[in-house]
Design a protein around this ligand. Sequence first.
Ligand SMILES: Cc1cc2nc3c(=O)[nH]c(=O)nc-3n(C[C@H](O)[C@H](O)[C@H](O)COP(=O)(O)OP(=O)(O)OC[C@H]3O[C@@H](n4cnc5c(N)ncnc54)[C@H](O)[C@@H]3O)c2cc1C
Length: 426
Amino acid sequence: MHNIVIVGGGAGGLELVTKLSKLVGQKDNINITLVDARLTHVWKPLLHEVVSGSLNLIENEVNYLIHSHQNNYNYIYGSLINIDKNDQSIDIEIHSLSHPEQKCVRNVKYDTLVLALGSISNDFNVPGVIDHCYFLDSPEQAKTIHDKIFMSYLDIKQEVIPVDPEYHVAIIGGGATGVELVSELIELKNQMAKTLFKELNQIKMTFTVIDASDRLLMALSPNISKEIEKSLKTMGVNVLKNAQVVSIDADKIYFADGSELAANLKIWAAGIKAPQVLESLKDFEKDKIHRLKVYATLQTYSDPNIFAFGDCANCQLDATQPPLGARAQVASQQADFLCTSLMNRISNKSLPMFKFNEKGSIVSLGQKSAVGEIFNELSIYGKLARTTYDALYRVHQVNIHGAKHTLQLTKRDSITKNLLKNLKLY
Ligand SMILES: Cc1cc2nc3c(=O)[nH]c(=O)nc-3n(C[C@H](O)[C@H](O)[C@H](O)COP(=O)(O)OP(=O)(O)OC[C@H]3O[C@@H](n4cnc5c(N)ncnc54)[C@H](O)[C@@H]3O)c2cc1C
């Protein structure tokens, strides 16, 4: 019996466990287990749509218990807290759902361990960030921001408390997350000001995206950055570049040049680091943000029985290039690669080397538009780009549900959208 344990059922881990279970089929000498700290999976690139209310969270959650039953693998609901390389086992902390104060630690043996733990926001130890900013790392956090915005809008409408004539939203981080989020929030505000919350027109609302570098979306080409900045400005977003945040308090954001910005709602999306558990693990080679260093086989530097991929891995395929970025595209291609690779490993064949195939990037600008570059060259804009962007989620759904099921989900989503007349009401 070969025990494969995959920890983390996110954009990469869930695709891997689904495909691997299909490949393994009824073979009774391979046992596949998925461990995840959550009961349900939501594709992380959709979180900004949960914030704005464009996406129905419940309809887009995948229940791991049901999915594991349908796809023939084991699922353990719990958090990885330790790895014992010598014993080839991991400790998983499991909290009781009915008695939250009670928990136990379960030890699980592995022959092959795959870590796909994702990443969390990096506050870079800037004072005040943890206490005064919201983060966008999980569906719960996205829902919290959503509720905060709706409650503020409702307060303005109903004048429950004295209404401030100004409301300022600041997003720190001008990468894809920050840009996509601010576009959704502007679209939400415009839509609400025309329909349910006309009172919003009576107050001055501002939306600001802040970045320490001299352009937005540093990971994309300067042309795309320019185009995105132009589009954001047209939408009414203030863009602050070369603006290094040095501290934050309840009312303001303070910058290195001595300037400050008033902000009622502050969302921090300025960078990532590996989850806490990797920070605490000893005897593993890691980078500055605690990601596990891996070879092109995706085996960790520290142990050939342990693989890591997606956001939690530092995978540098070419010494002259930076490590692969924290993107769903990378996690998905690595999941695909690992299916073949793990089957080779079980059959004692040599392991292949991962090659990344850059397919381009698309950044959404609200529900109707997007900007992107594909195949390193071709830039796409507007509705076509947005349709391509939507297709990326459908590809993820095909990978975890199959084509037929995804077609049904697509039909359902289109009916719901029509019923709600595209209002952001989730
Ligand atoms: C708002 C937003 C928009 C984005 N947009 C894009 C985009 O347009 N295009 C793109 O390519 N990328 C985008 N990304 C990045 C993309 O979401 C990530 O690169 C991708 O999700 C990484 O996949 P992963 O499998 O490594 O991790 P994740 O998808 O984050 O999954 C990690 C899983 O590990 C589990 N886990 C974590 N810790 C533990 C533990 N200790 N024990 C057990 N389980 C654990 C989590 O519950 C989770 O299920 C976006 C991210 C955000 C936040």
